[in-house]
Ligand binder design. Structure first.
Ligand code: GTP
Length: 606
């Protein structure tokens, strides 16, 4: 065995630039998977149903290939990385197991926001970067122009850029060759004490936790007694193998190899991403650890029917086993009953989780409006608040709170020049600051591309920012962001009063500059969905003692159908039916009765 014959690499790219397609071609070309029939285009590495439906990679998947060069079999380990802005944490941890990366750029689209962010992650990790232009079969592709763009953006030498079509397979053999020629083999020694880097894990119903590891030193085999540096727990290795492309048992894993191990880990929480595994009783220096994933977007998930809570909680727990970056905590609300408060890396992450919950666990759920973690600075302590109900109200804030801070991000948006004005506007209307821009295409006259950078509050991008970016740029702008710490901000808790009584589950954290707008919109919404009561109900939005907006819900008449006449029998029936339905799940909010459905409607239409 020699690690000279191993190459560990990733494909990194902006979403949709063809990562999964290229991965499939590489797996086919090396005979790892059978060539698919023409017309069928399901990707091997995109395994989850939501990934297929949305066409995005969510969970990183890893595969090993064998490729002979000059009669010598090389082992190429492809470590697949997810391509969305929310998942840069996963990208970063996967890259830690690689020595090189293919930087894939769509030759018709050019450098996009995530192309830049993944390039920087790879560069910081000191990886050998192989630039690849994809989709050269498209008539709209402009390889020369995009090559020049890569040269001016990344300092790439144009002679190093490969030109391929992952779809037709043209040029893909050159990619294999470049991987072997340009990426250095991993270094490591078979005689040094065992040291393996744990970079991913998933849960298998029968074998428990399966960890993906990159062996640094020593040999890892079945029967070995190993220990986790992080938890100090000891395990016996019950199986080792490589992903080829599914789990394929092997006798041992050598230095530089990437593979999987099963070792009777019962809980996913035992597999710490970034952990160092070593021989039990033989201490080693740990690999530089990782920052744990940080939840940036929180939302409550409640069952539509309160009786379903135990089942929902069980489903959520099972799903969290497969997605370690989700945090969870029980939550209960007077209005919505028992629920779970979950923390996600971003809104896409949240959507994907929700969809998986619905698809795989058949769960009927309501997800509350997303919030970000705020930092409340008191005179003697700092508290993170990710649930508006726990946010200090204006009275408390005035006397005890020194400052309130919110998380901000450094955003970059890349767009064709003609959308620059729209994108500036978009940033300003979302409280953007420190706007600056530069041209990516040096000196080109027609439809040059601009990169706009600015600081944006995270709370402004967790709702409709991305959708607006896409629609206001006709889909041409791309967007990426990185965390940029916390900044003091003029925030307040807005509460809604029904008949003079505040309703806890409806509280919001808002920026004071938007209090009028938000207050008005919400009371209008409330007056629409809350059914009439036997008495008149004032609906008010308040910040502290100040009433911001008000609507009045008129009293209903004894006969609900009184307002309808003659020909509307069907409507009448329906209304009576609805009233009956509503009765069953009435929640009392102070003196006001409100069907749970009305709540769900308010919460889910953000
Ligand atoms: P994520 O997994 O979400 O990051 O996307 P991806 O980068 O893996 O992109 P994917 O491989 O799913 O390709 C996106 C789209 O581009 C698909 O419709 C592919 O069929 C298409 N595509 C990929 N490579 C080529 C190519 O070389 N030529 C053409 N014409 N289309 C391609």
């Amino acid at each position: 065995f020699t690690s000279d014959l191993i190459r560990n690499f990733s494909i990194i790219a902006h979403i949709d630039h063809g990562k999964s397609t290229l991965a499939d071609r590489l797996l086919e070309l090396t005979g790892t998977i059978k060539k698919k029939e023409v017309g069928k285009n399901e990707q091997v590495l995109d395994k989850l149903k939501v990934e297929r439906e949305r066409g995005i990679t969510v969970k990183a998947q890893t595969a090993s290939m064998v490729h002979p060069v000059n009669g010598k079999n090389h082992i190429l380990n492809l470590i697949d990385t997810p391509g969305h802005v929310d998942f840069s944490w996963e990208v970063s941890r996967s890259l830690a197991a690689c020595q090189g990366a293919l930087l894939l750029v769509d030759a018709s689209q050019g450098v996009q926001a995530q192309t830049i962010s993944v390039f920087h992650i790879a560069q910081e990790r000191g990886l050998k970067i192989i630039p690849v232009l994809n989709k050269i079969d498209l008539p709209a592709s402009q390889p020369e122009r995009i090559a020049a763009q890569m040269q001016s953006t990344f300092g790439t030498d144009p002679s190093e850029i490969l030109q391929i079509s992952a779809k037709t397979g043209a040029g893909v053999d050159k990619v294999l060759q470049a991987i072997i020629e340009r990426i250095p083999p991993p270094s490591g020694s078979t005689t040094d004490p065992l040291k393996a880097f744990l970079f991913d894990s998933f849960y298998d119903r029968y074998r428990g936790v399966i960890s993906l590891v990159a062996v640094q030193n020593g040999i890892l085999k079945k029967g070995d007694r190993i220990a986790s540096y992080h938890t100090r727990k000891k395990y016996e290795v019950t199986e080792v193998g490589i992903m080829h492309p599914e789990e394929t048992p092997a006798t041992s894993l050598y230095p530089g190899q990437v593979g999987y191990i099963a070792c009777n880990m019962k809980e996913s929480s035992e597999a710490h991403i970034g952990d160092t595994l070593h021989r039990a009783g033989v201490s080693v220096d740990p690999m530089p650890g990782f920052k744990p994933a940080k939840a940036m977007v929180y939302a409550g998930i409640f069952p539509v029917d309160s009786a379903d809570f135990p089942k929902l909680e069980e489903s959520i727990k099972r799903l969290v086993l497969t997605d370690r970056s989700v945090t969870l905590q029980r939550e209960s609300s007077t209005a919505l009953g028992q629920g779970v408060r979950l923390g996600f890396l971003g809104t896409l992450h949240m959507d994907v989780f929700r969809q998986r919950l619905e698809d795989e666990h058949d769960a009927n759920i309501i997800v509350t409006a997303p919030t970000v973690p705020y930092k409340v600075v008191y005179r003697d302590k700092e508290v993170f608040v990710s649930n508006p109900t726990e946010f200090p109200d204006a009275v408390e804030a005035a006397s005890k709170v020194k400052e309130i801070q919110e998380p901000v991000v450094r955003a970059s948006i890349i767009m064709p020049e003609e959308y620059f004005g729209e994108m500036m506007d978009l940033c300003f209307s979302h409280r953007g600051e420190e706007l600056e821009h530069r041209y990516l295409d040096a000196g080109t006259a027609s439809s040059a591309r601009i990169m706009l950078n600015c600081i944006l509050p995270l709370s402004e991008i967790v709702t409709d920012f991305f959708d607006q970016l896409k629609s206001r740029s006709s889909g041409f702008a791309s967007f990426d962001y990185e965390e940029a710490g916390y900044r003091a901000s003029d925030l307040a808790k807005m509460v809604f009063l029904l008949n003079g009584k505040p309703v806890d589950a409806l509280a919001l954290v808002i920026h004071r500059s938007k209090e009028d707008e938000i207050g008005r919109v919400w009371v209008k919404k409330l007056v629409k969905v809350i059914p009439r009561q036997q008495f008149e109900v004032p609906i008010q939005a308040a910040v502290g003692k100040k009433i911001i907006a008000r609507e009045t819900l008129k009293a209903y008449r004894a006969d609900v159908t009184g307002g309808l006449y003659g020909g509307h029998v069907e409507r009448k029936m329906k209304q009576l039916e609805l009233q009956k339905e509503g009765k069953r799940r009435m929640k009392r909010m102070g003196t006001v009765e409100m069907p749970q459905e009305a709540f769900f409607e308010i919460m889910s239409t953000n």
